[in-house]
Design a protein. Sequence first.
Length: 151
Amino acid sequence: MNDDLSVKGVDRVFSAGDIAAQDDALAQLAQPALQGGKHVAEQIKRRLAGKPTERFKYFDKGTMATIGTNAAVAQLRGGITMVGPVAWAAWVFVHITSLLGNGNRMSTLTHFFVRYVWFMRKRSIPIVGDVRPVRPNGDREPEPWQLQKAE
């Protein structure tokens, strides 16, 4: 890949994010993908206008990851590091504000409220989808179709 995110040896093709063949660890993070996508869009506009492309410059905002309910890690610019509930709240704030459109923000905020605040129970809460309840002995509750007797 060239420094303007164009693919080497292929005219008029760019790559950004996970598909970009980069030598550093940035390819697997969201911010380089988002910034790379915006850069690629600008380079396409520049090419259509007959202007030369510009080099991609990544702006490091830091790295955040959620580990579970009220647990996250964050390493921000300037060496600031956070862990635990404070990092989790920062992660939620960054992700809510990064969404496109107020409808998406409100929907996601409501989802977080319902999942993490309203039903604070001593059980795991999956982020994606629902799971069958777990019995005290560790077995899963049977599926509804398993409860029906064969006729």
